[in-house]
Design a binder for this molecule. Structure first.
Ligand code: SME
Length: 304
């Protein structure tokens, strides 16, 4: 069936990585890196690189709205950037690396504003990311188009795990479709995270009265019950927020189910304002988890 392609423009730091990211989003039909909202017409990369032309490195994303919504594209985009970094993403600094969403259809502004409000609520502060109408867009030189396909292993400011999480998120969503049983959904989710991300221990604890009780998991045997406020899991439950522990030995009250566990992340699953379960992931190395893991695992828990 014929459909009308729609377009939205994302500035998320170096456009090589941003284009590569959106090529991995189901429903995206074409991408083009370029220069948006600057002063000069048809600028060269070198001119934009001086950081004096006002352009943002931006990717034009053309999508099939029957397969992916604007709302979903924006959410995935927000999960790929550091929305608090001002004129910087990864190691790249300058106004050309500012983050932004630029639209061409004014009727879409309210959808975008709603997503920006949710982002601000999640961050607890205003993001540095701008929301503006697209004023101009000049596609970048041919050598920048499909850069990471032409140069595998080339520079990318996004961490490789972001691409793996994106694939996992989309595949898991399809997998879970039509299965209402929560234990089955948790079992599949733990198995898919473990298979794709190769973590040491990946599993769920479910809230049962005043305890967290072991649920579906992948990995070595684990403790059955954890009290409210106890260990990392009980803390995530009590505080109703994701807890990242770079070194379990430095976390007071950490519960060592396995002596091999060195770092950990716990994400609460929240329904109607109450924590109903937590996703707990352990690693045998210190410092495995960062804000990328937190954001993407929260998105994954949102699927449950
Ligand atoms: N270490 C966790 C307990 C669960 S196991 O890691 C599987 C904690 O401190 O909550």
């Amino acid at each position: 069936m014929a459909y009308m392609t729609k377009e939205i423009y994302f500035a998320g730091g170096c456009f090589w990585g941003v284009e590569h990211f959106f090529k991995g989003v189901d429903g995206v039909v074409a991408t083009a890196p370029g220069y948006a909202n600057g002063k000069l017409d048809d600028p060269s990369y070198e001119q934009v690189y001086t950081d004096s032309t006002g352009h943002a490195e931006t990717v034009r994303v053309s999508y099939n709205p029957d397969r992916v919504s604007l709302q979903r594209l924006v959410r995935l985009f927000f999960a790929s950037i550091d929305p608090l970094a001002e004129n910087r993403q990864g190691h790249d600094t300058g106004t050309r690396y500012r983050t932004g969403v630029y639209y061409t259809d004014d009727a879409e502004r309210h959808v975008l504003e709603e997503e920006f409000r949710s982002l601000e609520a999640r961050l607890g502060q205003r993001p540095a990311t701008e929301l503006q109408p697209l004023k101009s867009f000049w596609p970048a030189e041919e050598r920048h188009q499909d850069y990471l396909e032409k140069n595998p292993g080339g520079y990318c400011h996004l961490s490789l795990k972001v691409f793996r999480y994106l694939r996992l998120y989309q595949d898991l969503e399809l997998m879970l479709e039509g299965e209402p049983d929560m234990v089955a959904r948790m079992a599949e989710t733990a198995a898919m995270i473990a298979e794709r991300m190769q973590f040491f221990w990946t599993g769920f604890y479910r809230v049962q009265g005043d305890k967290l009780v072991l649920g579906p998991f992948q990995g070595p045997p684990a403790c059955f019950r954890i009290g409210y406020g106890k260990g990392v899991c009980g803390t995530a439950w009590k505080e109703s927020r994701t807890v990242v522990v770079p070194d379990v030995e430095k976390f007071p009250g950490h519960i060592a189910c396995s002596s091999q566990s060195r770092s950990e992340i716990v994400v609460p699953i929240i329904r109607d304002g109450a924590v109903t379960a937590v996703l707990d992931i352990d690693s045998t190395r210190t410092g495995t988890f960062d804000s990328d893991d937190a954001v993407w695992l929260e998105m994954i828990c949102g699927l449950l």
